[in-house]
Write a protein that binds this ligand. Structure first.
Ligand SMILES: [Zn+2]
Length: 528
């Protein structure tokens, strides 16, 4: 027998394998786990070339999967100028100046997340403030809400924005003294800037994708269900993979805009290899609760004149779902409001009635505003509910939007779990932090509807066992057992042994994906 390449010793291994829930050690050869058991048993696989890592009692869990993340957006976020928590315009100017110096090759300086409420000057920044730091290239920095931004003179000039510019559904603020644009652009006026910002080069997209992957393995992710928004991203992922630089697995979430091409080429869910493969077709059925664009049955409680919007008619949605379903593709449909979820269920019900398929594993993304009868229908169709636990904390205004009666049925994780549904978890980053530990914390320690909290085991299962099931990989991944792919995370603490509120403080100390150490925070004693 070949000896192991890597052995992890003295660990508190939580395998999530019901036949052997706990272990002390495990051995890896190539991309796979070859033994799981006591130190003594596993050490039998050691040979002269075997590297051993003594994790000194630390907890090891199966590698975590983010089932819904916009990785390129996250990469852009990491690489842009971040002005969150900046306390003055002077500090903003310093950061802008330094960022432009560090990123000379970029033709535009983009970023933002500033908030004038925090500024000691107690006013909005202006074009002049930005010009003082950078005047040789265009700068555009959005406010934390994304609905307001500030441009420097160069950016205004390139976008052709003058005192005469009129925008429907938007505004170009003018300086009271001079009558010229002061740099602040609101709502649709922001679009004038985006029109002239050059599309990122393939190299820039690759850099953003790589930065996102590097950050993802630091928080314990070994696989991401990557929501694709451009061909450059798919190219970048393939390039990183062929160069051996891809540190984690990627399951592609392909936009319904590309459905025709997928079908005409005969590309199916699962095509690819263990590192990169085609996942599902993603359709957006409605908007967001925050923006009051999620489609509700009854009007918004805090804006009774609206009940949100559906992005498709029932007929069109039925057609798209039928087409992807009949082609043999898996579907993942974004539906937040109860009206949108009802529409999506009708489309799935119709497609599955006309073309029954046992193991379709179709998904509903977010699946936020529910009621008893919707839950029953989801269960009947055996759909996967793809939840984003951290929304529970971020959407603290949910009760304002939908009122207390409906709020009881917003993100009812425990009810879904008790009904026997398959739940998978994701972040929806960069909208939310991508850290899955924060997701596990949010799912277990929720303050709104605490009765809908999951147990640690349930939450962990959504990020591992269930995630593997959702990509048809339950025989290869999701648990720590011999024969499965070697994906795991070493944690600073055992989430089962601490108070739910403390889970957020757990640190990822090491991430192993596909048998390789892709991230290590501290050097454990390792030897040959
Ligand atoms: Zn999303």
């Amino acid at each position: 027998m070949l000896s192991a390449e890597l052995i992890i010793l003295n660990a508190n291994i939580i395998t999530l394998n019901p036949k052997q829930p706990k272990a002390e050690a495990l051995a890896i050869y190539g991309a796979r786990i070859t033994a799981v058991g006591s130190n003594k048993e596993v050490y039998r696989q050691a040979g002269p070339e075997t590297k051993t890592i003594d994790v000194r009692g630390k907890t090891v869990v199966p590698g975590l999967v983010d089932c819904h993340v916009h990785m390129t957006g996250f990469g852009d976020f990491l690489q842009s100028l971040n002005l969150r928590n900046v306390d003055s315009i002077i500090e903003m100017q310093t950061k802008l100046h330094e960022y432009a110096k560090r990123n000379k090759e970029r033709s535009w300086v983009l970023g933002g997340r500033w908030d004038q409420e925090r500024f000691s000057e107690k006013r909005y920044p202006t074009r002049k403030d930005l010009d003082a730091s950078v005047n040789d290239k265009p700068v555009f920095l959005t406010r934390v809400c994304g609905h307001v931004g500030v441009a420097n003179s160069k950016a205004l000039e390139l976008a052709g924005i003058t005192r005469q510019t009129a925008v429907t559904g938007g505004q170009v603020d003018l300086d009271k003294a001079t009558g010229e644009p002061d740099g602040i652009l609101r709502e649709n006026a922001i679009g004038l800037i985006w029109k002239v910002v050059p599309k990122p080069t393939l190299k820039e997209v690759e850099e953003a994708c790589f930065a996102a992957c590097e950050e993802a393995v630091k928080v314990g992710l070994v696989c991401v269900h990557w929501m694709i928004s451009s061909a450059s991203e798919v190219k970048a992922i393939q390039r990183l993979h062929s160069e051996g630089k891809l540190p984690l697995r990627v399951c592609l979430g392909i936009s319904v805009d590309d459905l025709e091409e997928m079908v005409s080429l005969g590309l199916l869910t699962g095509f690819g290899d263990d590192m990169v493969k085609i996942g599902f077709i993603k359709i957006l059925a409605d908007g967001s609760l925050g923006g009051r664009t999620a489609a509700l049955k009854q009007p918004y409680s805090d804006k009774p004149e609206t009940r949100g919007m559906m992005l498709y008619t029932q007929k069109k949605l039925n057609e798209l779902v039928a087409k992807a379903h009949q082609a043999g593709l898996q579907l993942a449909i974004h539906a937040i409001g109860d009206r949108a979820i009802d529409f999506v269920l009708r489309a799935y019900e119709k497609a599955l009635k006309e073309h029954p398929r046992k193991d379709h594993r179709h998904r509903i993304e977010h699946c936020s505003v529910l009621n008893k009868s919707l839950v029953k229908r989801i269960k009947k169709l055996k759909l996967i509910a793809s939840i984003q636990p951290h929304f529970v904390f971020s959407d603290f205004w949910a009760t304002d939007r939908v009122g207390s009666t409906r709020a009881r049925w917003v993100y009812p994780f425990k009810t879904l779990m008790q009904e026997g549904l398959t739940l998978v978890s994701g972040s929806d980053g960069p909208v939310e932090p991508i850290d899955p530990i924060l997701g596990i914390w949010a799912a277990t320690a929720r303050k709104s509807n605490p009765q809908e909290s999951l147990t640690v085991e349930e939450a962990l299962t959504t990020y591992t066992v269930n995630a593997a099931f959702s990509s048809f990989d339950e025989h290869k991944r999701g648990t720590i057992e011999a024969g499965k792919l070697a994906d795991m995370v070493v944690l600073s603490d055992d989430p089962f042994q601490i108070a739910p509120d403390k889970i957020r403080n757990i640190a990822v100390e090491m991430t192993i994906a596909n048998g390789k150490v892709v991230y290590a925070k501290q050097t454990f004693q390792s030897s040959h």
